[in-house]
Design a protein around this ligand. Structure first.
Ligand code: MEV
Length: 313
């Protein structure tokens, strides 16, 4: 094994979360300014150093790092190196449990680091297979969207079970991302939507389909550089996410503040019940104004993402 590293990015779901678990499309983007790096160096023990967990590989069982630890053991087995000593250092700028895909980003970077350390080529399909296994262990019933986005270098159109398709973003438009400061767990939020489906199938199905339609219209708006229409679809999606019970008071407060400050659309992003929200601004100056308002309304951190960054021409 040689010393090597792997990288991944924060993910933001523009639209389609939760409904994507039930086969509807979603649009998500990697945020390259918020990244995670996994670095492997040879060592006499099998050790992990990170803000998620620090200690031996063996000692990670029964911690919140157990899913990634199982992934590491499976990777070592795959490379016939179960006894290989290593120090795995994970540096992450992604806040955990905030809907930015930190577990998927961690799995992605770890798989990339191990393949690089063993000099093995890694296809996108292989990478997504590895991360699907660890995401299942961590989240129960993931769509695969988080792993597909944290490992991507462009915005993606995603349907569960299909290869993600890169999607072109408009030249203008800026997304503001704001953290409620409240942890939200994907596994619990996804299970709560499943409970809604069991107790009120007609209403829940209608919300899931409405989010799917909003995503289709959002893709059309992106293709036509129509920020007003995109904002409307984000608002539509938020109405349905609220009906599914995955928004909460802190998210609603930030969303309301963004709208009062001229956001074209605003919604939660990721699994909700805490975590982050996004707001669509016309340009970086408008975004800076919304960010200030969100901080005044209680956001613990804000970021911004200009659509123009992602254009290929
Ligand atoms: C979590 O980032 C997104 C969800 O749609 C779950 C999933 O797609 O696996 C809530």
């Amino acid at each position: 094994m040689k010393n090597a590293s792997g990288e991944s990015f924060a993910k933001i779901i523009l639209i389609g979360e939760h409904a994507v678990v039930y086969g509807q499309p979603a649009i998500a983007l990697p945020v390259k300014s918020i990244r995670l790096t996994a670095t492997l160096t040879a060592d006499s023990d099998q050790r992990i150093q990170s803000s998620f967990y620090a200690g031996s590989l063996h000692g990670a069982a029964n911690t919140n790092f157990a899913g990634i630890a199982d992934l590491i053991s499976a990777l070592l087995k795959h490379f016939h190196a179960s006894k290989q000593g290593f120090l795995l250092t994970i540096d992450s700028a992604l806040p955990p449990e905030r809907g930015m895909g930190s577990s998927a980003a961690c799995a992605t970077a770890v798989v990339r680091a191990f393949y690089a350390a063993f000099d093995a080529p890694l296809s996108r399909a292989q990478l997504l297979e590895w991360t699907a296994t660890s995401e299942h262990a961590i989240h129960g019933n993931p769509s695969g969207l988080d792993a597909a986005t944290t490992s991507a270098d462009r915005p993606q159109w995603f349907v569960k079970g299909q290869a993600p398709v890169p999607i072109q973003f408009p030249k203008n438009g800026t997304l503001v991302i704001a953290d409620t400061g409240i942890a939200g767990q994907t596994k619990i939020a996804v299970a709560s939507v499943a409970d809604h489906l069991a107790t009120d199938p007609a209403q829940t199905d209608a919300s899931i389909e409405a989010i799917g339609m909003a995503t289709v219209f959002a893709a059309k708006a992106l293709a036509e550089d129509d920020l007003l229409a995109l904002g409307e679809q984000m608002d539509q999606a938020q109405t349905q996410l609220k009906a599914l019970g995955v928004s909460n008071e802190a998210l609603d407060r930030l969303i309301q503040s963004a709208k009062q400050n001229g956001a074209l659309g605003a919604k939660l992003t990721g699994s909700g019940q805490g975590g982050c929200m996004i707001a669509l601004a016309t340009d970086p100056t408008h975004a800076a104004h919304i960010r200030r308002a969100l901080r005044d309304a209680g956001a613990t951190a804000t970021w911004q993402y200009d659509f123009g960054e992602e254009r290929t021409n």
